[in-house]
Design a protein around this ligand. Sequence first.
Ligand code: AHR
Length: 656
Amino acid sequence: MIRKTTFLLLAFFALFSVTAQNRLTVQVNKPIAHIQPTMWGIFFEDINLAADGGIYAELVKNRSFEFTKPLMGWKVQQKNFVEGAVQVVNRPEKEDTNPRYLQVLLQKASGHDLGLTNEGFRGMGVKKDITYTFSVLYRQSSPTGKLNIELVNAQNEVLGSTSLTPEMADNQWHKQAVSFKSNATDPKAKLNIWFEGDGKIDLDMISLFPSDTWKNRPGGLRADLVQLLADLKPGFIRFPGGCIVEGFDLAQRYQWKKTVGAVEDRHLIINRWNTEFSYRSTPDYFQSYGLGFFEYFQLAEDIGAEPLPILNCGMACQFNSAELVLTGQIDPYVQDALDLIEFANGSTDTKWGKLRAEMGHPAPFNLKMMGVGNENWGPQYVERLKIFTKAIKDKYPDFKLVNSSGTDPSGDRFDYLNGELRKMNADLIDEHYYRSPEWFLSNARRYDNYPRTGSKVFAGEYASHCDNSFVGAARNNWKAALSEAAFMTGLERNAAVVSMASYAPLFAHLEGWQWAPDLIWYDNLHSYGTPSYYVQKLYSTNKGNKVVPITLGKDVVAGQDSIYASAVIDTKTKELIVKIVNASGNKAVKDIQLEGAAKLAKTGTLTVMQSGDMKQVNSIENPAALSPKVQSFSPKGKTIKAELAPYSFAVYRIGL
Ligand code: AHR
C-alpha cells in the first residue's frame, strides 16, 4: 500500500514537473521596461562594395580619374596608336577636391578610331527599357565634335546608344547630359565612348546613372537595396561605419565635410577595405563619396530611421597605424562634430545649415545623437572622448553620445572602458560582438544583470560567425541566424538596458566582398535578404513598446531545453507579441499562459522561420528560401499552445 502511494506520488510529481517545465507564463499586465523606438536599427559601412558598386547607383568606376592608378577601370581604344591621344592631367587649383581630369586629342577621329571603355563595378547591371543618363564635365576652346555613347554586352553587341555634342566652346568647364534606353537586360555591360571630330577636349566626372533609382532621384541610390532597408522599418541607421570612420591612418579617416556639396568636389580617397585583407584584396575599392553625409541623412529620413553618424575621435584604427592626434591639436576634429550638428539641424542662416539648404533640404534633419570613435580603446580614447563630450554637451546639452567600448565584449580593454564610461555617465556604450553561434546561445542572459540605471547599451555591431569552413555568403546560414534570434530575446527582455542594436555589416557584393557574413547580398541586378535579415525584420516589425515578463517557473526563458523567449506588448495596437526560439533538433510543445490578460482575440498571427538544415542559406536564385511564413492560431482560453518545430523561430501576435 505504502509502495503504491509512493509510486503514485512520484508519478504525480514527475507529471507535474514535466507540465511545469512546459509551461511558460507571460504577465501581460506587468510591463517591466519601455522599449525605445530606436531599439532595432541598421549599421551601414562602406565595406564589401556597399557604397560605390553597391547602393550608390553610379555605373561608371573611377569617373573622375582619381584612383591611385588614374585609368583603372578604363580602357583606351585606339585603331592606330597615337602617342598622347589620351592623357591624365593634374589640376593644381582643385588639388584638394578633384585633382585630375582627362585630356583627349582628336585627329579627325571617326567610327572606332578613338574611344574609352569603362568596365563598371564587376560590369554594369543594366535593364531592358530603363533609361540611362550619361553625363560629363567637359572643357574645350573650340568645338571638337561629338561623343558617341553606347552600352555593350560581353559580345560587344550594342544594348543602347546615343550621342552628345558638347555645346560650349569657351574654355570653361560645363556639365552636359543625355539619356537613352537599354534594349536588353545584362548584368555585365560596359560603356563605350567613341570620339568623333578634331581638336582637344578635357573630360571629367564621366557618369552613367539609371533612372529607376530610389524615389527616381537623379544620381541616386539603388532602389532594390533601399527597399530592403525600408522594409526593416529600422529605428535608426548608423553610418558610415565601422573602421572606415577611423581609417588605416588619420589621412584616410572619414571626414564628412569632404563628402558634401557638389559631387565633383568631394575628394575621393582609397577605401580602407581595399587593402585590409590580403586574401580578399580589392585594388579597385575607393570612396567617391557620391554617397556622402547629405545622402545618408536623406536616406535616414526616407526610411523613417533616426540618423546616427559616427565620427573620428582623433584616433586612427589601433589595429593598423594607431596614429593619433595630440589632444592639443584636436580642435579641428571636435569642430567637425559641432559643425555636423549645425549641418544637420542648424538654421539656413548658419554656414553649414545653408549648405544643407543649398543641397536641397532647408528643413533640419533633426539629428539627436552621434558616436565619437569606433572601436577605439584605452586611456587615449577616454582622454579624447572627454574633450569631445564637454564641447558637444556644453553647446547641445540634450544631444546623446555613443561611446566605444572597444572591439570585444569582454576582457581587460572592455572592462576598463566599461568602467570609465559608466563613471562618465556615458549616454550609450557601443558593444561589438562577432562571435560563434554557441557564444550567442550562451549569452542570451548577458544583460540580465546589467545595471538598470546609468549608461545604456548600444549593441552596435554583432553577427554570429560560423567556423571558417563556411566562406562568403555561405556564412549567412540558418545556424547563425537562429542563434542571433535566440540572443536577441535577451536584448529585447533587457530593453531597460539595451536601447539600440544593429547587425553588422549590412551589405555585400557577391563579387566584391571582403567580410562575411553580411545582412544583405547582391550582384549588379539582384539582391536578397539572408536568414539573419529576416530575423532582424521579425524583431523590428514586431517591436512593441513595453517588455512584459515571460518565465519558466521563476526564471527567464534563456536556453532551458534550448528554448529562448521574450514577450512585449504594443500598447498602441493593443497586442501581445511573443517570440520563441527552439534551438534544438527536437520538436517542443509549450503552453504559454497569459496572466493578467483581460481578454484575448479569438485568433492571432503566427510567423515562423524554420529549417532542419542548419546550412540553409538564401541566394539570388532563391532569395526567400528561408523566410517567415505566416499562419493564424487560436488560443485556448488564456493559453497559447506553442508547437515549436525543430530549429525554429516563431512570433505569436495576438490582440488583447
Ligand atoms: O563590420 C566590419 C568591421 O567590424 C567594422 O568596420 C568594425 O567596426 C568591426 O571591427
